[in-house]
Design a protein around this ligand. Sequence first.
Ligand SMILES: [Zn+2]
Length: 340
Amino acid sequence: MLTLHRFLLKTNSHKVKLFKKKYKFNRESLQYEEVKFSFKKFLVKMIPYTISSLVFGALIMFLYIVVFESPEEKVLRAENEYLEKNLEEMNRRLEQSDSLLDEMAKRDNYIYRTLFEQDTIPCTIRNAGIGGSDRYAKYDGFETSDLVKGIAKKLDRLESKMNVQNISYNTIIDEIRHRETVSSSLPIFQPIRPGDLTSIGSYFGYRMHPVLHILRMHTGIDMNAAPGTPVYASGDGVVITADDHNSGYGNMIEIDHKVDGLSSRYAHLSKILVKRGQFVKRGELIGKVGSTGMSTGPHLHYEVLIDGKQVNPLRYMVASTADEYRAMIEAANYTGVSFD
Ligand SMILES: [Zn+2]
């Protein structure tokens, strides 16, 4: 009791010191004894508190992450939804473009290519894919990977189909250009204007020769006209002869039309207005009517040849009216004497 009394006295006089020190009651000595501070013991004592604090903290963090989102996460989630939605829409639009391209391919195969006598392009070539699954492996690893992969595949297919379509159109354009060349090259134009033409002296076929007086093949049409009447090219082509042929033809022009082996000849000219190697257009002035060579009067002896062999020029010549054509055909049957 005395000790306690002394202790209380001591406590009052050393109040500050009392809070820094710890005392423990010893039942044996019945005295309060000072407890010495041990850092090791303190650490051991603190471990459970630390662990429980950490666990509690982690639990709070987990709940926060699961239940609440940070503003950045909210923005990212919204952006993800936006991207996915738009990718899906693009995917649908690509499917529509693909079917449109298929329609175009059908039209190309069965209308355009058929019209221009081109073989149809088989579906296997039109729809040929771009090989290798590795090509799309770079898109792997995300939730939207399949969607992105699908879009990439569709784009590749579209690109491939469009390339085939482009090649097909180029072939058709080439064919159209070729046909334009063919049609402008064919010797269908009358070398003497109908107004300048006096008459047809002789057509293609067997005729009595005016000089030799024997029945022989007349290899062209004799078109009677005044001397100096303009003579025009019957179709586009290159002049391969433009001189005095040193034969019955006199001054003669021959044009190679570069189509189906066709050429045309203009004989007995008084004047040659083109040179060898010159390119001439249909309807271009090339010479003047004369009576050079083996001829009995001013006229144009006009021939059309296939691979160097004379054919009836009427096969190609276009009459400006139906009556004119009928007259040409009727006159063709007349057996008279040619001017040659
Ligand atoms: Zn003739």
